[in-house]
Design a protein around this ligand. Structure first.
Ligand SMILES: *[C@@H]1O[C@H](CO)[C@@H](O)[C@H](O)[C@H]1NC(C)=O
Ligand SMILES: *[C@@H]1O[C@H](CO)[C@@H](O)[C@H](O)[C@H]1NC(C)=O
Ligand SMILES: *[C@@H]1O[C@H](CO)[C@@H](O)[C@H](O)[C@H]1NC(C)=O
Ligand SMILES: *[C@@H]1O[C@H](CO)[C@@H](O)[C@H](O)[C@H]1NC(C)=O
Ligand SMILES: *[C@@H]1O[C@H](CO)[C@@H](O)[C@H](O)[C@H]1NC(C)=O
Ligand SMILES: *[C@@H]1O[C@H](CO)[C@@H](O)[C@H](O)[C@H]1NC(C)=O
Ligand SMILES: *[C@@H]1O[C@H](CO)[C@@H](O)[C@H](O)[C@H]1NC(C)=O
Ligand SMILES: *[C@@H]1O[C@H](CO)[C@@H](O)[C@H](O)[C@H]1NC(C)=O
Length: 802
């Protein structure tokens, strides 16, 4: 209770701080700003930015520049700080512009904690420009110092990142002091993200596994500058460029290296009073180094975010902080016979190799690791069947551990034979996920002792304070899914003679699409979202053209959403080619699949069991990509055989993803999924019971699709084999009864599978597939696996002969 009242006081003082601000445009020589009057601030002429003392902790202030406008959750967004690592006291601390021309920040009336160290013969003044740049200049107009030359974690439009500057993240969500993540130009002229802690440093962006030309970067331009413009175009001298999803609009923007190590471009949404993510560098959170320390593995779970887990036989060093990593519970002996290797598939430890050894057999590699004794904690072995090429990487240290079903490598971990074998799971403990949402939970509250104004406050203010501690900006909207970094190697490239829109998608006119589809005559599919037509584009490519039923959707919103879809890129997802947004027309153009949908192929009995297995696996991969690489932004919400299309090799491609998002923009309230969607028979119980909608709804539908595919039956069946019970029952119930009821019979699976496959399929694999599908359709969403777990299991059984 005491804490609450203290908090309330602080909240009130902050509230008065925000509302009673008295502002100046200029700080002139001989004058100062004081922490005892934090309501006195400098503002830019356009009012967009303010500069003054900003509370960051218990009786602690930083001199900072922030956006004047609060977010909807009453939060101020700090752009720049003078003294982030050395906050000053609330009493007797001042920012003063001395007669000499030096701008200094004094703590408690005596210590100078920060200074510009400038000298001026004529008189000088401090101004905050409309760009957010805080500038110390002489009356003759000479710039003595400017904050744009000393960025903290944020770059504003027109602010150059140079060879002398870098962005440094905050320490944590609640601690605004310098953290370990940095954005800088490296010695080789390439713009990089680096994790740089006292104990180790490591580059994680661009992908360190790729050579610079594979990432589209150039080392040859020595100028080392990068800049963002107000329209959303970022461009760097190493040829890295990107455009925001809302490119072209004049918005307030900021590029911030967030405390989680990802760099994001935000645009200010005037109506929503929030910051919206319009680009981010890294899509797979586990690719960011440092969060899970030595000897631990990062894995990403759509439901709960990034998680770290200790390697088997290791335990956490510091139970409250994963960045300390894990330590071994055993001692390795150098005696060769005392160790064995435990394999962890789909797992990689980037870097820290003892060396790379070519042409080693698996046994030689293993023996090498044993011989290296303490210098080899594990080894990674890669063997390429095609060319008989092998490489062996003994690992001296196990850092940057990363588990992903996409990764095909296996790590072999050295363990003493005496160590007990323990079950191991990647899912054991959660790392603080990057939170864009204030209302989830606030960080720890330090005790403060403000005694300023009193009165009644509101819960809302409380909330913003709890979230807003530490003075860093928290953004309350999730907006962007999966912006694959597209380095545009050659922006002038224009092979098809198209005018590409900034998002890489082509914009079609309605007339063009009308012509391509012969006036919308050849219908090839129909769904809740709209009707799909076959069309032939001007360059003779065959396309699927979907007319969306989205009335009254603003063009800008539609474009923002479409550009996101356009950047999803996976071999098991239909590729988006373009769109049309003209008048009331909203159309999407994507690749066309000659083999039609899974539904059509099942109906025509053209699929053998091998193809069905491949389709189950490919579909799972496509959905796993949507769920995981996209930070769970894109749920499909309508997985069914009609939406799984087959290419010429009968490889599946998931279609119609992301439309759930497009169609539902009408009710822009917090619940994006307030209406039921999906197709009867494939819909998860959550829809019916109005439970929270997560990626597990797609898992459920996927399970049904697999059951339909394996059994060749529809989702509702007549139980014809049971004369007494002729009512319709669900396919799930029927399969479950077969499996459980006839457990004594070894070959229940033979009763279940599509009769046309009988006798000609691998029963073991089909049984496994059906078991996975039954898990996917569990009533309780927590009992269902994630799509990537499904991929893991199917992959594992793919090459096993039963
Ligand atoms: C913030 O982090 C720094 C560096 O670890 C630490 O010295 C400081 O005490 C922290 N501040 C708060 C308020 O936790
Ligand atoms: C983006 O900015 C770069 C550098 O200022 C410029 O060369 C490029 O033309 C810009 N792109 C667009 C589409 O404006
Ligand atoms: C190097 O990059 C800068 C900034 O992007 C550009 O102005 C300059 O023309 C580039 N120089 C060369 C040689 O490409
Ligand atoms: C860094 O190394 C020191 C000395 O080995 C150790 O005490 C400290 O815990 C390490 N810090 C982290 C974050 O791992
Ligand atoms: C991994 O170990 C298991 C036994 O623990 C073995 O059956 C499997 O073949 C191993 N996998 C690889 C890729 O070596
Ligand atoms: C690997 O071995 C093959 C045959 O044993 C040999 O032809 C090749 O040159 C070797 N490669 C290297 C890099 O040693
Ligand atoms: C997960 O952690 C708990 C303790 O937090 C432990 O009891 C359990 O054995 C761990 N599970 C696995 C599979 O490692
Ligand atoms: C809270 O205040 C007490 C007494 O002033 C102090 O000893 C303690 O360290 C403070 N706690 C924090 C987290 O600053």
């Amino acid at each position: 209770m005491k804490l609450t009242s203290t908090l309330l006081l602080v909240v009130l003082s902050l509230a008065s701080f925000a509302s009673l601000a008295s502002s100046f445009n200029t700080l002139s020589q001989g004058s100062s700003l004081s922490t005892e009057k934090p309501e006195a601030v400098l503002t830019s002429p356009n009012g967009v930015f303010s500069a003054g003392f900003y509370p960051v902790g218990e009786n602690a202030y930083c001199f900072a520049v922030w956006f004047t406008q609060q977010t909807r959750s009453h939060h101020l967004t700090v752009i720049w700080t003078a003294n982030r690592d050395q906050p000053v006291n609330g009493r007797l601390s001042k920012l003063s512009l001395l007669e000499t021309g030096d701008l200094i920040l004094t703590d408690a009336g005596q210590f100078t904690v920060w200074a510009t160290s400038t000298l001026s013969r004529s008189s000088a003044q401090l101004n905050l420009y409309n760009t957010g740049n805080l500038v110390l200049r002489t009356l003759e107009g000479e710039n003595l110092w400017e904050s744009f030359d000393f960025p903290t974690d944020t770059l504003l439009p027109q602010q150059f990142l140079t060879r002398n500057t870098k962005l440094v993240s905050s320490r944590s969500q609640s601690n605004y002091s310098s953290g370990f993540y940095k954005l800088l130009f490296d010695y080789d002229n390439i713009l990089r993200l680096v994790y740089d802690s006292p104990n180790f440093s490591s580059i994680y962006w661009p992908d360190p596994g790729l050579l610079s030309w594979d990432t589209g970067r150039s080392r040859h331009n020595n100028s080392r500058t990068a800049v963002l413009d107000s329209l959303g175009n970022f461009s760097s001298s190493d040829r890295f460029t990107f455009m925001s999803t809302d490119y072209g609009q004049m918005l307030h923007r900021r590029l911030t290296l967030d405390y989680d190590g990802n760099i994001r471009l935000y645009s200010w949404d005037e109506q929503g009073e929030t910051w919206v993510v319009s680009w981010q560098a890294i899509q797979k959170p586990c690719k960011i180094h440092g969060m899970c320390g030595e000897n631990s593995i990062c894995s990403y779970f759509p439901d709960s975010g990034r998680k770290c887990s200790c390697l088997p036989g290791y335990r956490m060093r510091n139970p409250t902080d994963w960045s300390y990593g894990c330590e071994a519970e055993f001692v390795l002996s150098c005696k060769k016979t005392a160790s064995y290797f435990q394999n962890l598939s789909h797992t990689q430890f980037y870097g820290n190799d003892y060396g790379m050894f070519l042409n080693h057999t698996f046994h030689e590699c293993k023996n090498l690791c044993l011989k290296l004794c303490e210098d080899c904690k594990a080894f990674q072995y890669v063997f390429k069947k095609e060319d008989g090429f092998s490489s062996c990487y003994p690992k001296a240290l196990l850092r940057n551990g990363y588990h992903s079903p996409d990764f095909t490598g296996t790590i072999y971990l050295k363990m003493p034979k005496s160590a007990k074998k323990k079950p191991f799971s990647y899912a054991n403990s959660t790392v603080e996920p990057f939170s864009l949402d204030c209302s989830i939970e606030g960080p720890l509250q330090p005790n403060r002792t403000y005694l300023r104004s009193r009165g009644n406050g509101t819960v809302k203010l409380m909330l913003w304070f709890v979230c807003g501690l530490g003075g860093l900006e928290i953004v309350c909207i999730f907006s962007v899914c999966c912006l694959l970094v597209r380095t545009r190697k050659n922006s002038g490239e224009n092979k098809q003679g198209y005018l590409f829109t900034p998002t890489g998608l082509r914009k079609f006119t309605y007339a063009e699409l009308k012509k391509a589809t012969k006036g919308f005559t050849e219908e090839i599919g129909r769904g809740a979202g709209g009707i799909v037509y076959r069309g032939v584009l001007a360059d003779n490519r065959v396309a699927a053209v979907k007319r969306l039923n989205v009335a009254n959707q603003g063009e800008d919103i539609f474009l923002a959403e479409v550009s996101i879809l356009g950047r999803l890129n996976h071999m098991h997802l239909i590729e988006m080619w373009g769109y049309c947004a003209q008048g009331k027309h909203r159309l999407l153009v994507s690749e066309y699949m000659e083999h039609g949908s899974l539904a059509q192929n099942l109906a025509s009995n053209s699929l053998d069991w091998k193809k069905r297995f491949e389709i189950a696996l490919g579909t799972a991969k496509g959905l796993a990509y949507l769920h995981e690489e996209c930070l769970e932004w894109v749920l499909h919400c309508d997985v069914k055989p009609e939406n799984i299309l087959l290419d010429s090799d009968y490889q599946p491609k998931v279609a119609d993803f992301g439309l759930s998002k497009l169609q539902n923009r009408g009710d822009s309230s917090n619940s994006t999924f307030s209406r039921m969607r999906g197709t009867r028979g494939y819909m998860a119980p959550e829809w019916v019971f109005n439970l929270p909608i997560t990626s597990k709804v797609d898992v459920y539908s996927y399970g049904i699709v697999v059951l339909v595919m394996v059994t060749g039956k529809s989702t509702q069946i007549h139980a014809v084999d049971d004369a007494a019970d002729r009512e319709r029952k669900s396919l799930v119930t029927w399969v479950r009864e077969k499996k459980n009821g006839e457990a004594t019979k070894t070959c229940w699976i033979e009763d279940v599978i599509d009769p046309i496959m009988e006798g000609r399929c691998d029963m073991g694999k089909m049984e496994m597939l059906v078991s996975v599908a039954l898990q996917c359709v569990e009533e309780d969403k927590n009992a269902r696996p994630t799509m990537s777990q499904v991929v893991d299991v199917l992959h594992h059984h793919k090459d096993i002969r039963h």
